[in-house]
Structure formats: C-alpha cells, structure tokens
Write a protein that binds this ligand. Structure first.
Ligand code: ADP
Length: 180
C-alpha cells in the first residue's frame, strides 16, 4: 500500500449516524425496509422519509448497493448494501459477496460525487461474519479501489466497539509494515 492511499483511510470508534460526511453506508437487508443494528439506528436518525424512499426501491440483492438521500442525517447520502449472512453460505462465497458490497458501495459513492464515505463493519453483527476476516476484505477492497479512484478522497471505517476498532487498526498497521 502506498502512503498516499494509506492517508485516505481512517478508522474511528463511534456511531456512524453522527458523522458529517458525504455518504454513510448502511448494513441493510434485502428488503431495504429497515432492521436492527446499524440499519435501525440509521433509519431512526434519518427519519421516516428514508423508509418511504426505500419502499420505492423494491429491495436489493446480497452484494449489491443502492443509494438514497440522508434526510435528517448529517450525511448527504445513505448507501444501502446487503452483506452476506456468514453461515448461510461457504466462506469463499461469503467473501466474494462481502467484497462486492464494498466495491459496489464505493462505485456508487464515486458516481454520486461523494468525497468522504463512512462504512460500518458490514455483516459483522447479526449476520455473523468474523470481524478479523471481514476487516481484511473491507480494507483490501478499499485499498484496491483507492489506487485508481479520484472522486472518493477519504474512506472512514466506523467501529462501534473498542475491540473491533483495534482489529482494523492492527490490520492497517500490519499492511503498513509490508508497504512499498
Ligand atoms: P449485519 O446485519 O450486516 O451484521 P449489524 O447492524 O447487525 O449488521 O452489525 C454491523 C456492525 O455495525 C456491527 O459490528 C455492529 O456492532 C455495528 N453497529 C451497530 N450500530 C452501529 C452504529 N450506530 N454505528 C456504527 N456501527 C454500528
């Protein structure tokens, strides 16, 4: 990883709904009609207009992403992506789908002119994806994307727990030790 790309990745602890960035990513489910975890928090903070908008989209397959406004959120956009349910498929398939979530979300951010994008740990709550494995997919996919990307300037990983943010920080530090 080159240092220019490294400087465009941030790790923070906290509540993603509080972030003033261009786009926050939601760990949604295929219905896009809200749920628990970060999805519920985003819908509560965005207000009822978000659900009204999501109803018009007609769902989203696992691995894909859809974009809406942020309504009452400080973020301008919400990018809804559907992560894999870890135990419903093979680890290899889950990894491919999680990679697609990050790729498709970042592509949508870029197409919509979002310079700062924040991700929670997609699939790492109710969907049971082990954080150490998911973190590698999140960071590796983001690095690959940023190497050729010009619109998206910064990607922020927002982790709810101290433990999860340490996993991300340790993996980035590990990559820095092997960087060119
Ligand atoms: P999934 O169904 O994709 O597993 P969850 O919402 O259950 O999604 O969990 C995804 C991750 O988001 C978990 O690591 C959880 O701790 C975290 N999380 C929950 N609420 C928030 C929030 N408000 N901000 C950031 N991360 C959150």
């Amino acid at each position: 990883m080159n240092t220019e790309v490294r400087d465009r990745i941030d790790i923070r602890r906290g509540d993603i709904t509080r972030l003033t960035v261009d786009a926050i990513v939601n760990a949604a489910n295929t219905s896009l009609l809200g749920g628990g975890g970060v999805d519920g928090a985003i819908h509560r903070a965005a207000g009822p207009q978000l659900l009204v908008k999501c109803r018009t989209i007609g769902g989203c397959p696992t691995g894909e992403a859809r974009i809406t406004g942020g309504y009452n959120l400080p973020a301008r956009f919400v990018i809804h992506t559907v992560g894999p349910v870890y135990h419903r498929t093979t680890p290899a398939k889950a990894e491919g789908l999680l990679m697609s979530c990050y790729e498709n979300s970042l592509a949508l951010a870029s197409q919509n002119g979002a310079e700062e994008v924040a991700f929670p740990a997609i699939s790492c709550g109710i969907y049971g994806y082990p954080i150490e494995k998911a973190c590698r997919v999140a960071i590796d996919t983001t690095i690959r994307f940023l190497e050729t990307e010009t619109v998206v300037k910064k990607v922020i990983f927002v982790l709810f727990s101290e433990g999860d943010s340490k996993v991300y920080a340790d993996y980035l530090a590990h990559l820095e030790n092997f960087s060119d």
